[in-house]
Ligand binder design. Sequence first.
Ligand SMILES: Cc1ncc(COP(=O)(O)O)c(C=O)c1O
Length: 284
Amino acid sequence: MVAAQTTVSPGGRVVVTGPVWPNVAEIPRILSGQVEVIPVEPGQGGWRLDMDRLMDALTPDTQALFLNSPNNPTGWMLPADDRAAVLARCREYGTWLIADDVYERLTFGTDRAPSFLDLATDEDRVISTNSFSKTWRMTGWRLGWMVVPPALMESVGVLLEYNTSCAPDFVQDAAIVALNEGEPWIAELRAELVAAKDQVVGGLNAIPGIEAPEPDGGMYAFFRIEGCTDSVDMAKRLIDEAKLGLAPGVAFGPEGEGWLRWCFAARPEKNAEGLRRLAAYMNR
Ligand SMILES: Cc1ncc(COP(=O)(O)O)c(C=O)c1O
């Protein structure tokens, strides 16, 4: 919200990818921005963003590009090689690049997601938003941070004052411990998530009629069931008839309609039971 309040004015053009965690597209809309969504699409070997489409969408009057990579819900990750072109286009047009990096440490096959902060200078219009909710499992503790160019520090400080005033000090103390001592736990979490991803994505693809593209990071499998066109109806039926709670894809924008999101940050027994229930539902 603070990143958007800093960069988006009423009627301003904003580009996002979709499907995406609802806040990313809805917050610019709340601020009366004109949001264009560029689809991330399933392909051979995972999710892909058509870079030509993204680059064409970045016009001289684009105020901000919001990129969430690794992405909730798809697990798509912007390839390292594509960062420079996106940043160059944003520099050319004075477009703010807001990177939602909350899953940057939760990647499969790499140590960390490629970050725009690796390339940006203090003069660049780049903002990275991050959180303790995922990497440090402090979900619900409401603590995160932003990396902003020095010139923005004062106005962001003012906006924070009017949005949240401050984070509770005991939560900040916990975050200091997490940062200083948390690395072994992060390694443990990543190992758990890689195993859970293999279990759930493998298990889903083994059920006839289900397609689950491989995620590059995050904690979700975004998959579709053949013939499903109404994801809310399907999610409700799965709760009632299979006792399985999944997020409907349309919650992540119209680009997600027909899909379902499975959060696999759960114990292996729980994921296995969920897969069993889904397979039984599909075979009924
Ligand atoms: C992409 C993305 N950004 C931000 C958040 C917010 O995290 P929090 O508000 O818990 O820090 C989430 C949580 O689901 C998310 O998926």
